[in-house]
Design a protein. Structure first.
Length: 416
């Protein structure tokens, strides 16, 4: 079922991240933060009352944030000493931590699938492309290993972001509270204990924004490659279950790659807003803090959606080695021009080799003859012109990349 505000958000609507960031989840996190504060203050009975309060969603316009109207619905004595920013910042860190757990699981699954693809296709030759054109041969295994490397980078960056509780009271001085209470509160809510109240020290938000944007960009690289390689005229990969077209019944569109690409394009601007909010005045700012809420939720949704789609995309990806081999021959051997020049240079020198090869390449392109035929007089053997025999160190690089393990996340706080 599509979320109430998800009709135009197919990249994240209906995913686990959607549910984990929806208004009911935010409300639940707000109540969890209030209940944790009561427990930290040794008032378990009040904590129980708080946990069952707040049915329905809370309007945010009254007082400028959703905590102020929420406090009015809580039992007497709740929220003592805390400010609205303490509770909302802590709640958003809870939402982030709970959503992060989902994203990390999908990233781990994607990394596992890509490892299997890289091993299976370690030596599967395909055209390498630079600036949209055939460059030199590579292997699909190396491409998949590169994708996995980015996914591992995203996993590690997101897993190591510190998500702290927030407690500083009205002006960040803990005037009616205490440092031991701040630490107990963090333990009760299941988040990291901050060194200082971070009302205007927005490192946690900025670090999280960077990790989420990196995650979207890393998965966007996979999507960009799949979109190019699945073009009709390329046909080297295909999504296992593509999407249909409302007007063209023959089509099977790479929908998952498309949605991931959409996430990757939106994330940088959202992260920029969160970085911009670091310039927050005084001990609590007007506007800078308020500007963070929706971009942060949007980033969590986009990263969660991208990770879920990447898991499904890579899990069902169809790899077509035969088509890769066909495409290697499209330029009639020009794809191995680098190798041919290196072989020639050993006998006639680099300058003469380049001149000979440039002339032969132009003739081959003009007359549509194979490069080998255009260079018959050079006396080179057929193996030199075989693109499948020029993978460079691709296999070794795949092995090196796959030596890197998925970093365990047991040390990452996972709030209840």
């Amino acid at each position: 079922m599509i979320a109430a505000d998800g009709l135009l958000g197919p990249a994240w609507a209906g995913t686990a991240a959607d549910e984990a960031t929806a208004d009911p989840a935010v409300l639940r996190a707000l109540l969890d933060a209030e209940a944790a504060l009561a427990r930290a203050q040794n008032r378990p009975g009040l904590a129980g009352e708080i946990a069952s309060a707040g049915d329905g969603l809370v309007a945010a316009h009254s007082g400028g944030n959703p905590v102020i109207p929420l406090v009015g619905a809580l039992p007497e004595g709740a929220h003592d000493g805390a400010t609205s920013q303490d509770v909302l910042d802590t709640a958003l860190m809870l939402v982030a931590a709970r959503t992060r757990r989902l994203i990390l699981a999908d990233l781990a699954a994607t990394a596992g699938t890509l490892e299997a693809l890289a091993r299976e296709h370690r030596d599967t030759p395909m055209p390498g492309r630079t600036l949209t054109q055939h460059a030199v041969p590579t292997t699909f295994g190396l491409k998949a290993a590169g994708w996995r490397s980015l996914v591992l980078d995203a996993h590690e960056r997101l897993a190591t972001v510190t998500l702290p509780a927030q407690l500083g009271a009205a002006g960040g001085t803990l005037a009616t509270l205490s440092v031991p209470l701040m630490e107990r509160f963090a333990r009760e809510v299941g988040l990291a204990a901050p060194v200082l109240p971070w009302h205007v020290l927005r490192t946690p938000i900025a670090d999280l924004a960077g990790a989420l944007a990196f995650c979207c960009g890393a998965l966007g690289k996979i999507a960009a490659d799949v979109l190019v390689l699945s073009r009709t005229e390329v046909g080297e990969v295909a999504e296992g279950a593509g999407g249909g077209s409302s007007a063209m019944p023959h089509k099977s569109n790479p929908v998952r790659a498309t949605l991931i690409a959409a996430c990757a394009r939106q994330a940088p601007a959202l992260a920029a807003t969160l970085y911009g909010s670091m310039a927050a005045e005084d001990e609590r700012p007007a506007g800078a803090w308020h500007a963070e809420w929706e971009p942060l939720r949007a980033l969590l949704r986009l990263a969660g959606g991208a990770a879920a789609h990447a898991r499904d995309l890579t899990g069902g990806l169809q790899v077509r080695p035969a088509r890769m081999r066909e495409n290697l021959s499209l330029t009639g051997g020009l794809i191995v021009a680098e190798r041919v020049m290196a072989e020639l240079a050993r006998t006639i020198g680099a300058k003469a080799a380049r001149e000979l090869l440039e002339n032969a390449s132009r003739e081959a392109a003009r007359s549509r003859m194979p490069l080998r035929q255009a260079m018959e007089s050079a006396g080179l053997g057929p193996a030199v012109f075989d693109p499948t025999g020029y993978p460079g160190a691709a296999g070794e690089l795949v092995d090196r990349a796959l030596d890197r393990p998925l970093k365990e996340i047991a040390d990452v706080e996972l709030p209840r």
